[in-house]
Design a protein around this ligand. Structure first.
Ligand code: ATP
Ligand code: MG
Length: 158
């Protein structure tokens, strides 16, 4: 479906903002303009749910979660940044593998199966996008993904 990604992303963040506990704050760097993309909204909702629920799950008291959309020449780059526990350098590329979980002892008490990001990767790839993460232990994690975007498309909506 062709949808306005700006509205779509804001609504997903709103839903998390309404239900989150008070211990984290949200910051949005999201353009005001409509950004039309052709996506499977159920699947990209799941991608964002998985990324955002991780950001909340691994955030400390008082942590900030920042949501960003950058408009690149042929894609939208979406980022979710947290100030959580972070991920060791040698593991940061493995978090998209099925059932991979960093530090079993640490994550066991937080629950989960280790499938969230593997599913997210599959769905982003099915849209022709990419997904990756950058992290510093003790400082936080940023998860990035891209979706193909044609800026010309906006003109056709005028
Ligand atoms: P599930 O999502 O299936 O409930 P999960 O959250 O453990 O379980 P993934 O979402 O696939 O699984 O994440 C894989 C692992 O990557 C996590 O177990 C955690 O160790 C690490 N991870 C993911 N996101 C973050 C983050 N924002 N900060 C720190 N570690 C993270
Ligand atoms: Mg998860």
């Amino acid at each position: 479906d062709w949808i306005n990604f700006t509205d779509f992303f804001n609504k997903i963040i709103d839903r998390f903002e309404m239900t989150k506990s008070g211990h984290v704050s949200f910051v949005r760097n999201i353009p005001n303009d409509a950004l039309y993309v052709d996506i499977d909204t159920d699947k990209i909702t799941q991608v964002l749910d998985n990324i955002i629920s991780n950001a909340l799950k691994y955030s400390p008291e008082g942590g900030k979660v920042t949501f960003t959309i950058d408009i690149l020449p042929s894609e939208l780059q979406i980022r979710v940044k947290d100030e959580g526990v972070g991920i060791p350098q040698e593991s940061v590329n493995k978090i998209f593998d099925r059932f991979y979980r960093v530090d079993k002892a640490r994550t066991r008490k937080l629950g989960g199966t280790g499938l969230g990001l593997a599913i997210a990767k599959e769905m982003v790839f099915a849209h022709g996008g990419d997904i990756w993460a950058l992290s510093k232990e003790g400082q936080g994690t940023t998860v990035y993904f891209t979706l193909p975007y044609d800026p010309e498309q906006e003109d056709e909506w005028e």
